[in-house]
Design a protein around this ligand. Structure first.
Ligand code: SF4
Length: 505
């Protein structure tokens, strides 16, 4: 159940060449994307050569009518960027979270840049050493500082935004979708050479506004037109003439497959398809791939609500009744939990209510977006059984996760993944299901409309698009199976990284 998983960040930025304040657009762009990060948020605007920054913990706040003018005063200017963040690097105590909140700013030799970024850097420790050679005072807690500083150093050398972006694409191992502003007010965006995380561009038809957003919902909420998805290795500048695009580095595209199953909002649009359409097809696929189970079932339900669209697909293809037997406690958000020690074992109760009469004496297909640790799914199944379900079959839209993610999803070790050491049959036994049916990788890929070689599926196949991630994964998988204990996120294990870089340099 993807409930426990968090993504690194959501990005939004916009420029208004008619000169009107940009803050409201950045604000709504982030509000629409708060699902991508809820630990902290930040806004940065540019006005007459100065940056104005507001950063804070928690969700993007509601702004009372009486406070609007104050916000406009605090964040003036016609160009701005913003970020919502969940940490997949660095520490998670309050002080660190506040320090790591984006956007971040860096300056050197009279050049200044601000960036907002979504992704994760795998060779951060190596880059830190290189940066320190030129900027000994440099210290960092999160990846955003690394990318900002790296970009700045390259910019001080080349004085050219595209060249600085190209150096980042060539030397940073990882995923990064970046929107940035220079101290001259230039507004730009770029992506890593594989285009792992989303970032799209759009414009307003009423004013001369151009925007970048992690997901299209950030454009939709502002009434902007969708123009294009920034491509892998692409650098884009917004000018008065519109967007100027340049492909700087050519590598294979490797868009994160997990965005389709869990992270992206269902009303987001990727390459000609809404995510909800793709998820419906996931449900239809699961029916086609598991005819015997479907014959043995009475109803289909979804748990959690990110699997609603797949449940509808199961219902459509199989004719089984879709019971809306689970309801979310709507105003309970994770940050509002007051929990005792056994946090994981109470999350389901705090978030979801199950309508007992709908599952009693029924053979139930439960659609789920993913199984990560398996413990939350186990509790959900226990709960269904307590309420009288006769059989519980899990239909899981994301194929079995066997390895960690290095690119901005908070599953960074083998030991936290039930699928890294157990077959679907074993997983069914452990979590108490009558069967666990994962969608096939082939079915998943086909439903997305992408080609298989255009997707990152590292956590499903063990084949990662970037070299250092691949090396860490290969080394640690072997050690994990031999009983080695992982001490933290694999890409933050300094000794391991030292050892691997020694092998390759
Ligand atoms: S490893 Fe998995 S979660 Fe991470 S970017 Fe690739 S597909 Fe997405």
């Amino acid at each position: 159940m993807g409930e426990n998983l968090k993504i690194a960040c959501g990005v939004f930025g916009a420029i208004n060449f008619d000169g009107n304040p940009i803050f409201p657009y950045v604000y709504w762009g982030l509000r629409a994307q708060n699902h991508r990060g809820h630990q902290s948020h930040g806004f940065l605007t540019y006005n007459n050569g100065k940056f104005y920054l507001h950063r804070s913990l928690d969700l993007v706040p509601r702004i009372k009518a009486s406070a609007i003018q104050e916000w406009f005063g605090r964040l003036p200017g016609h160009v701005g960027i913003g970020n919502v963040r969940y940490t997949t690097s660095g520490r998670s105590d309050e002080k660190s979270l506040l320090k790591d909140t984006q956007p971040v700013v860096a300056s050197k030799d009279g050049i200044k840049v601000a960036v907002s970024f979504n992704g994760n850097i795998v060779n951060a420790l190596q880059l830190e050493k290189e940066i320190r050679k030129e900027s000994p005072e440099f210290s960092w807690e999160c990846d955003a500082n690394i990318i900002c500083q790296k970009f700045l150093l390259e910019l001080t050398k080349s004085k050219d935004l595209a060249s600085a972006a190209k150096a980042c694409m060539q030397e940073i191992d990882g995923a990064f979708s970046v929107a940035g502003i220079t101290k001259d007010g230039q507004f730009f965006a770029f992506k890593d050479s594989h285009g792992i995380r989303p970032l799209c561009a759009g414009h307003s038809e009423k004013e001369r506004i151009y925007a970048f957003s992690s997901e299209t919902v950030g454009l939709d909420i502002n009434g902007f037109c969708r123009d294009f998805e920034v491509g892998p290795g692409e650098f884009v500048v917004a000018s008065e003439k519109g967007f100027e695009r340049e492909r700087l580095v050519k590598e294979r595209k490797a868009f994160c497959a997990f965005e389709f199953a869990y992270f992206a909002r269902p009303d987001s649009f990727f390459d000609g398809k809404y995510v909800y359409e793709i998820r419906e097809e996931f449900g239809r696929n699961l029916v086609r791939e598991n005819p015997d189970i479907v014959k043995d079932a009475d109803i289909v339900i979804s748990l959690p609500e990110t699997a609603d669209d797949a449940a509808f697909g199961v219902h459509e293809e199989s004719g089984l009744r879709w019971e809306r037997a689970t309801r979310r406690h709507r105003y309970v958000t994770e940050r509002a939990f007051i929990l005792l020690n056994k946090e994981r074992y109470t999350i389901i109760d705090k978030k979801i209510n199950i309508l007992a009469s709908k599952v009693r004496e029924k053979r139930v297909i439960v659609t789920d977006d993913s199984i990560v640790r398996g413990d939350t799914t186990k509790i959900a199944i226990e709960k269904m059984r307590k309420m009288g379900a006769k059989k519980v079959y899990m239909f899981v839209t994301f194929p079995r996760i066997i390895g960690p993610c290095f690119y901005g999803i908070d599953m960074a070790t083998y030991s936290q993944l039930i699928g890294s050491r157990h077959t679907p049959e074993e997983i069914a036994k452990i979590i108490g299901a009558d069967a666990v049916c994962y969608q096939s990788i082939e079915g998943f890929v086909k439903a997305t409309g992408f080609r298989r070689d255009e997707l990152c599926m590292g956590c499903l196949t063990g084949e990662y698009p970037t070299p250092l991630a691949q090396k860490i994964a290969d080394t640690m998988r072997k050690r994990f199976l031999e009983g080695y204990e992982e001490t933290g996120r694999l890409y933050e294990m300094a000794e391991l990284l030292e050892e691997l870089s020694g092998k390759t340099d």
